[in-house]
Design a binder for this molecule. Structure first.
Ligand SMILES: [Zn+2]
Length: 280
């Protein structure tokens, strides 16, 4: 499988959105840190009438891809999903897409960590952090900065403070304005469908857990042949992650369904063959 480099992928994305001005719009959001570090994140809105003044009556879906640099495949999946929603890719019937878009609105971030991915494309194939060495999936303000015994800063340095990173602030601010009903943070490295919590071996209260678990079990049967690990991030993986986006979306922003999907992983890959471990 040949993966596109980020510049080519983003060019393709921009062209796709430009071909569908009534259903897709693209915004480039910039933020910087006090030391001058900058990030720009593209976010694509998809709806049957994307210029509508309000999406109050819609199911609001917020999807994030490419949070970790080395997980290149996730941004390819974002582009594929956008092609399907545009109806250029005919994998789903027009009727099916029409029905989804009559009820839902999407905000899709195809590549959160553009800077970190650049590092990977320059040869550091195992890099997952952003352009200045912070794991942006440890930079959110839920149990931020707590470190496990096996803490490895080259993997999960959480930054100097919660929301120290421009990428994290951009995503948080999109969520604050958009008020999603559904959040999915798409990663690779294994095959799993996670619900909260990442930072402890527990799920949310019974009703919420039952609802989310039902959704994940259904997806597991439909798309994973039952082979995906399903459960709370902290409970099912065997390690705790502190300061994650999904925990913040659920706990603080009260997004009712908040998930992390791990869409691909090669468990037989050599430990230092990160390209193979995270990408087909
Ligand atoms: Zn990841």
């Amino acid at each position: 499988y040949r993966l596109a480099c980020s510049a080519a992928l983003l060019r393709e994305l921009d062209a796709l959105v430009a071909r569908h001005p009534s259903t897709m719009s693209l915004e480039g959001i910039q933020a910087d840190a006090s030391d001058g570090y900058k990030a720009e994140i593209r976010v694509v809105t998809v709806a049957d009438s994307v210029q509508a003044s309000s999406f109050d009556d819609r199911v609001r879906i917020f999807l994030n891809f490419g949070q970790h640099g080395r997980e290149l495949i996730t941004s390819e999946v974002a582009l594929r999903l956008l092609r399907i929603l545009s109806r250029e890719d005919k994998s789903a019937s027009k009727k099916h897409i029409d029905r989804i878009l009559s009820r839902a609105v999407f905000k899709i971030v195809p590549m959160e960590n553009v800077n970190g991915r650049q590092t990977v494309e320059n040869g550091s194939l195992c890099e997952r952090r952003n352009g200045r060495g912070v794991d942006t999936n440890r930079n959110w303000k839920v149990n931020w900065g707590v470190k496990e015994k096996d803490y490895d800063p080259t993997e999960e340095f959480p930054g100097t403070a919660p929301f120290s990173e421009p990428e994290t602030r951009i995503l948080r601010d999109i969520a604050l304005r958009f008020k999603p009903h559904l959040w999915v943070n798409v990663h690779s490295g294994m095959q799993a469908l996670f619900m909260p919590y990442d930072h402890k071996n527990a799920t949310p209260g019974y009703q919420a857990a039952a609802r989310m678990s039902f959704l994940l079990q259904t997806l597991n049967a439909l798309h994973c042949n039952g082979n995906c690990t399903v459960g709370s991030g902290g409970g099912a993986v065997g390690y705790f992650a502190h300061g994650t986006a999904t925990d913040y979306m659920y706990d603080v922003l009260k997004v009712p369904s908040a998930f992390t999907f791990e869409i691909y992983g090669d468990v037989h890959a050599n430990r230092d063959d990160c390209f193979r471990m995270f990408n087909p």
